[in-house]
Every structure is written in structure tokens, then in C-alpha cells.
Design a protein around this ligand. Structure first.
Ligand code: AMP
Ligand code: ZN
Length: 284
């Protein structure tokens, strides 16, 4: 437990993820990773007696099981005595079930909606940073996938701290950058708390093949780790260095996203037609 927190605290300190006066919203899904993220941030703030406003933030997708997931999230927050802010996608004019009925790709729509609300809602409530439970194994797998897809500009975001590049964009922090899924699972299991599993999503079957494929990627990391100890740590450390060198050499400048404000809602978009992905979904 101590080693786990020591690793996470080192990431927080090294990258200055938490600073005096911060107002951080921690995006929690009900899963183990985001709970661990919330736990570690709370402990860090307490141990360093920082004046930081830490809140949990949950996006309720308005689907079957949404209430079950919300109750799990509430239990996790009660356990930590952290204030929880819940926002419902339906209040923002999004009906994922309706999109599914119209045969729209509901999983990618869900991703668009989460990313949009994860920035907009906390910002409007006064946050300056948003934290997520993305962890080391996530970033290694993202790295492989984006590298294979030649999406090099994406790789620059694989860092514990993604600073805001626009007043409407919150700074993103990933305190679990140096711990993996297995470590989170072990840490979480000590608390005897409920967690939301991916199968609770009513559309799980739509992406079960993709999910299985992703699990295979994770298994591969642990397989390599068996005969090459420290593989994951070496990989993440190389990714960190790679991102720093990419930035220093200025090669990423051309890849920097250019934002404009959406013609309809005023949130940021890089879309050519000036309408953000969220507003396009609303139109559907
Ligand atoms: P995922 O893409 O589902 O692996 O989630 C990555 C991170 O996004 C999680 O660790 C959470 O921090 C955040 N997240 C995912 N789903 C939600 C949600 N419904 N509400 C708030 N945050 C979420
Ligand atoms: Zn918009």
C-alpha cells in the first residue's frame, strides 16, 4: 500500500500535478482505477496540508444500470468523504438509447459526450484541473496502437500533465501514470468497496470483441513482463522521454491542435465546419 502511494505521490510531485489553491475535479466512473486516483489525490492533499478543493465528478449516461452505477460511485465517495457532482447527459440533450435506435455508433458517441462534459461541467463549476484514472498500462497500449497507426501527434498527450492551451480547456492530470491496472486492482481490493464493471453497460455486447482485443493487449504486457522484469516501467519511462524530446525538438508544433469556438455552443472544436462533435450528436 505504501509503495503504491509512494509511486503515485512521486508522479504528482515530479510533474506538479497538484498545487496550492487548485480546484480539481476527479472524473470517476465507478471503476477501480478512478477510485484509486481519487484516493491517492485525497491522501496527497491531506499529507501535505494543501489548500486544494477536491471533488468527484460522475457523468451519468442515462442508460439502463445508470442508477446502479451512480449508487456505486456514491458509496465510493461516502467512503472517502468527498463531495460528488453528478451530471446527466440527458440534461444536455443527449439520448444515447435514441442514437442506438437510429443505428448511430453509440460507443464513439459516448466517448465524445464524456470528453465534452468532462471539460465543460467542471470548468463551469470553477475547476482548473480535471483528473482521470488512466494508468500506465493504458498509456503503453495507446502508445503501441497510435504508433502502429502512425498517429504520432497523439503521442505528445501521453504524459501525466497535459497543460491547458486555451482558457476554455482544463488542464488534465493523470496521477496513475506510473502504476498499472494490476496494481490498481490490488490496491482497490483492500477496501471492500463495490465497483462498476464494463458489462454493466447495456451496449457492452456491441464492443465486446474490441474489449477482448484490448484485454489481449494488456495480457501481452504482463506476458512480456514475465520474462523481462520491469518491461512496463521501462516502456512508460521511454514514452515519457520520447514525449519530452518530441516537445523540445519542436517537432510537435505542427501537430498542435488549432481550436475554434463551436458556432452553436461556444465550446472548443477543431472541426472544419465550426460545429463541435457534441452539437452534431445533438442534431441527430
Ligand atoms: P475509460 O475510457 O472508460 O477507461 O475511462 C478512463 C477514465 O475516464 C476513467 O478512469 C475516469 O477517470 C473517466 N471516466 C470514464 N467514464 C466516466 C464517467 N461516466 N464519469 C466520469 N468519469 C469517467
Ligand atoms: Zn458545440
Amino acid at each position: 500500500m505504501q509503495d503504491y502511494l509512494k509511486t503515485v505521490f512521486k508522479t504528482i510531485r515530479t510533474y506538479g500535478l497538484v498545487e496550492e489553491g487548485d480546484r480539481i475535479f476527479v472524473a470517476i466512473s465507478g471503476g477501480k482505477d478512478s477510485f484509486c486516483c481519487l484516493y491517492a489525490l485525497k491522501k496527497y492533499v491531506e499529507e501535505n496540508s494543501l489548500d486544494v478543493d477536491l471533488r468527484a465528478f460522475h457523468i451519468s449516461l442515462g442508460l439502463k444500470n445508470a442508477e446502479t452505477i451512480k449508487r456505486i460511485v456514491e458509496k465510493q465517495c461516502e467512503f472517502l468523504d468527498i463531495e460528488l457532482v453528478v451530471c446527466n447527459v440527458k440534461d444536455y440533450g443527449i439520448d444515447l438509447e435514441e442514437l442506438r435506435r437510429k443505428n448511430r455508433p453509440v460507443c464513439s458517441a459516448c466517448g465524445v459526450v464524456k470528453r465534452y462534459l468532462m471539460n465543460k461541467v467542471p470548468r463551469e463549476l470553477g475547476a482548473n484541473k480535471v483528473a482521470t484514472g488512466h494508468h500506465m498500462d493504458d498509456f503503453i497500449v495507446f502508445f503501441f496502437k497510435n504508433f502502429l497507426g502512425k498517429n504520432f501527434s497523439w503521442i505528445r498527450k501521453f504524459t501525466p500533465l497535459v497543460k491547458s492551451e486555451h482558457p476554455k480547456l482544463l488542464t488534465k492530470i493523470r496521477p496513475l501514470f506510473h502504476v498499472g491496472g494490476k496494481e490498481n486492482e490490488k490496491f482497490f481490493s483492500r477496501f471492500n468497496l463495490p465497483k462498476a464493471s464494463p458489462e454493466l453497460c447495456p451496449f457492452f455486447s456491441l464492443r465486446s470483441k474490441l474489449y477482448e482485443k484490448t484485454l489481449k493487449w494488456y495480457e501481452m504486457l504482463y506476458e512480456i513482463e514475465k520474462w523481462s522484469r520491469g518491461f512496463r516501467r521501462q516502456m512508460i519511462s521511454s514514452i515519457e522521454k520520447f514525449v519530452v524530446e518530441m516537445k523540445e525538438s519542436g517537432k510537435e508544433n505542427g501537430a498542435k491542435q488549432k481550436f475554434i469556438e463551436c458556432k452553436l455552443c461556444g465550446e472548443l472544436t477543431s472541426s472544419q465546419d465550426g460545429v463541435c462533435g457534441f452539437c452534431k450528436l445533438k442534431r441527430l
